[in-house]
Design a protein around this ligand. Structure first.
Ligand code: HEC
Ligand code: HEC
Length: 257
């Protein structure tokens, strides 16, 4: 029991650390898979995204794509390829071929974006990032992105562009750090309810800390669990942004000096 709990805690803290990385890097792809994928990519995708995935007039740069960068397991890329997008027809690939193409895209991010893997330096010139349209970003903020339901350009986000260096700002709005923890309400079979800050949640255990600082642990499938995640909206937005949305939003946020 002790060992299982320790392993779970380790796993949870690893996930936590990953979630808080301010710049997400795709998984390290296997070189052979990437090489096979390069061939399939040039056949099915290069026409619009260019052979090195940096984009053409017909399709966006995938190396700078937020979706690609945050897609550690390739599922978001696969979803776009299977269902298509406006301007991109669905592309039918076998499962193996899909894996290879994803490996190649992830490899290309590392190869063409910069010499060594890792986040861009803090002083990465803002001109390189400012390719979007601030007015379109403002419209997305108030409209489709629903950012205005939680934020205000003259309230909590006033001066946001001065708060972080440009590369930080770009990743912070994609996946911010929460100042408040996730909270949870657990309902026992007796009807009793216990609420507090969520400490652990997985298939087996729910652990929370109540307002008095006391820790409560439950077996997950014996109770009803309702999680309130302040960053739920940001998590849901992540796979929905188009590349243009991200660049436009960044250009708009940059005007909030
Ligand atoms: C006929 C042109 C065309 C082809 C072929 C094509 N794409 Fe696209 N792709 C696009 C366009 C246009 C978009 C942007 C759509 C939008 O704005 O939402 C896009 C978007 C994407 C995105 C989402 C990027 C983002 O940040 O939102 C991914 C990932 C992607 N394509 C991967 C691929 C892969 C992999 C292939 C080959 C298997 C492929 N595409 C083939 C035109 C194409
Ligand atoms: C349902 C509410 C909600 C929506 C919708 C939402 N956010 Fe957030 N946002 C948050 C929360 C919560 C935080 C974390 C900061 C905190 O806990 O105060 C945050 C943080 C941020 C930050 C970092 C602020 C800082 O000072 O570090 C930026 C920038 C941001 N959001 C931009 C956006 C943009 C742009 C959109 C729309 C595309 C958006 N948000 C949509 C709730 C929301």
């Amino acid at each position: 029991m002790k060992i299982r709990l320790a392993a779970l805690l380790l796993m949870a803290s690893a996930l936590y650390a990953q979630g808080n990385r301010w710049w997400a890097w795709p998984a390290d792809p296997e070189p052979q898979a990437a090489e096979r994928g390069r061939v399939d990519f040039s056949r099915h995708c290069a026409e619009c995204h260019a052979a090195n995935a940096t984009g053409t007039k017909q399709g966006p740069n995938l190396i700078r794509s937020a979706l690609v960068r945050h897609d550690r397991d390739g599922s978001a890329i696969a979803a776009v390829v299977r269902s298509g997008r406006k301007g991109m027809p669905p592309v039918g690939l076998s499962d193996d071929s899909m894996k290879d193409v994803i490996a190649w895209v992830q490899w290309a991010v590392q190869k063409y974006d910069r010499v060594s893997p890792g986040p861009p330096p803090d002083d990465y010139p803002v001109e390189r990032l400012l390719t979007g349209n601030a007015e379109a970003g403002k419209q997305f903020f108030q409209g489709a992105g629903k950012c205005g339901t939680c934020h205000s350009a003259t309230g909590d986000l006033a001066g946001i562009a001065r708060k972080y260096p440009p590369v930080f700002l770009q990743s912070r709005f994609l996946m911010p750090r929460a100042t408040k923890p996730r909270t949870v309400t657990v309902t026992l079979s007796s009807g009793e309810r216990v609420s507090g800050d969520l400490k652990t949640l997985n298939t087996y255990d729910v652990v929370l800390q109540d307002a008095a600082g006391k820790t409560h642990a439950f077996v997950a499938d014996e109770v009803k669990v309702e999680v309130n995640d302040p960053l739920a909206a940001h998590r849901e937005l992540l796979p929905k942004y188009t590349d243009a949305d991200v660049h436009n939003l960044f250009a708009y946020l940059w005007t909030l000096q």
